[in-house]
Design a protein around this ligand. Structure first.
Ligand SMILES: Nc1ncnc2c1ncn2[C@@H]1O[C@H](COP(=O)(O)OP(=O)(O)OP(=O)(O)O)[C@@H](O)[C@H]1O
Ligand SMILES: [Mg+2]
Length: 97
């Protein structure tokens, strides 16, 4: 279960994510849609603990992504738009790494 409460992100004066809240229950599949620049990637990066939030709270299976990131991240697999892989590594090498 993932809970998002009042999630907000400012890049300088630009409010990229404006106070959003929603819950994803166990076994639920969610499509997260919006026009270009709506704040989808910013939201995903905050949920995954990759980007600090300006306000709000995210919990993954009850663990706060800010207060308890190591435990929270045990329950996340996140593939961003541009995967942070080393292109010269083979799949097996990458898994070992
Ligand atoms: N690193 C950054 N620094 C400053 N502003 C940013 C940064 N990343 C995104 N933004 C701004 O934040 C807002 C939301 O961008 P974001 O990339 O989260 O939207 P998106 O919904 O993922 O868009 P797209 O559909 O194009 O992928 C936009 O106004 C964007 O210009
Ligand atoms: Mg995006």
């Amino acid at each position: 279960m993932i809970t998002i409460e009042n999630l907000t992100k400012f890049y300088g004066n630009n409010r990229a994510v404006n106070d959003i809240s929603f819950t994803i229950n166990d076994n639920e599949i969610l499509g997260f849609l919006g026009p270009n620049g709506a704040g989808k990637s910013t939201t995903m990066n905050m949920i995954a603990g990759y980007l600090p939030m300006s306000g709000g709270k995210v919990t993954i299976c009850g663990d706060d992504i800010t207060e308890n990131p190591v435990k929270a991240k045990r329950n996340i697999g996140y593939l961003p738009e541009i995967p942070p892989v080393y292109p010269d590594m083979k799949v097996r090498e990458y898994l070992d790494f």
